[in-house]
Design a protein. Structure first.
Length: 266
């Protein structure tokens, strides 16, 4: 499909999803190396991004990820468990001055780290004037305004890990649902565990079975809206801890897009 036709098709899908009560038709597949709009290319090339972040782009595919998510300038986005701010910075530049990024840092993690969250500095940096950090517990997730997207990368499994509490994940997913506008997107990326492996891998391998994620998120009222394959890694046999040097940075990951129904009242 030619780039122009690709974007026309994607725009039509996004327009339909705003008023649909059932899942919209799937958008065109997004593959590694897919053409990116100029505003997204500029966000990735932004000189304010740390060199270490840019060096990871080849493995993390941030352009394809945000293209698949349906990100557009002017959106209101929550980066849930933003870590060092890898995606927070990209969101900030991609959505532009009319958009807003809420970097939601779990207080559960801050208490363990015993230091200021890394993304706190972004909220004070004029280069990222549209970023606001929120520090609160995960079951209290929310934002001062309705959101177009909630995004979390490589951290969903942590909500099931002992060091986080564990968290009431059902309550978190309900709060995400409530925070989104009708038609809004919940985008989840995480390290894949073997099918049927249960929740124990969240502690031992820092992985999660995608089927568990889908079941939990759909239970909150979301519609499963698609999966991307550009973060699959055949070299990962799913048995190693994701921090093992032999696979770190190249784990087999799933990218799930969920959508709040277009006429949902909550």
């Amino acid at each position: 499909m030619k780039p122009r036709a690709h974007w026309l098709a994607l725009a039509a899908v996004l327009a339909l999803s705003a008023c649909a009560t059932v899942p919209p038709p799937p958008p065109p597949p997004i593959e590694a190396g897919a053409p990116l709009p100029l505003w997204l290319e500029n966000a990735l090339r932004d000189p304010s991004r740390p060199a270490a972040d840019m060096a990871r782009d080849a493995q993390r595919h941030p352009g394809e990820t945000l293209l698949f998510a349906g990100l557009r300038p002017g959106m209101k986005v929550a980066d849930l468990i933003p870590g060092q701010g890898y995606f927070t910075r990209i969101f900030s530049k991609a959505i532009g001055p009319k958009g807003r990024v809420y970097a939601y840092v779990p207080d559960e993690l801050t208490k363990l780290a015993k230091r200021e969250p890394a993304v706190a500095a972004l909220g004070r940096d004029p280069e990222y004037a549209n970023v606001r950090m929120t520090l609160d517990t995960l079951p209290n997730f929310g934002a001062p305004e309705r959101l177009d997207m909630v995004f979390t990368a490589q951290n969903y499994h942590d909500m099931h890990a002992d060091f986080m509490g564990p968290v009431d994940v059902a309550a978190v997913n309900r709060r995400v649902f409530q925070a989104l506008k009708p038609g809004g997107v919940y985008l989840i990326i995480d390290h894949r565990a073997k099918a049927g492996s249960g929740l124990g891998t969240a502690n031992t391998l820092h992985r999660i079975d995608p089927a568990i994620v889908r079941r939990e998120v759909e239970a909150a009222g979301f519609i499963f809206d698609g999966e991307a394959s550009f973060l699959r890694s055949p070299k990962d046999n799913l048995t190693l801890n994701v921090f093992d040097k032999s696979i770190r940075g190249d784990t087999d990951q799933f990218v799930y897009r969920f959508r709040k129904p277009g006429r949902a009242r909550r």
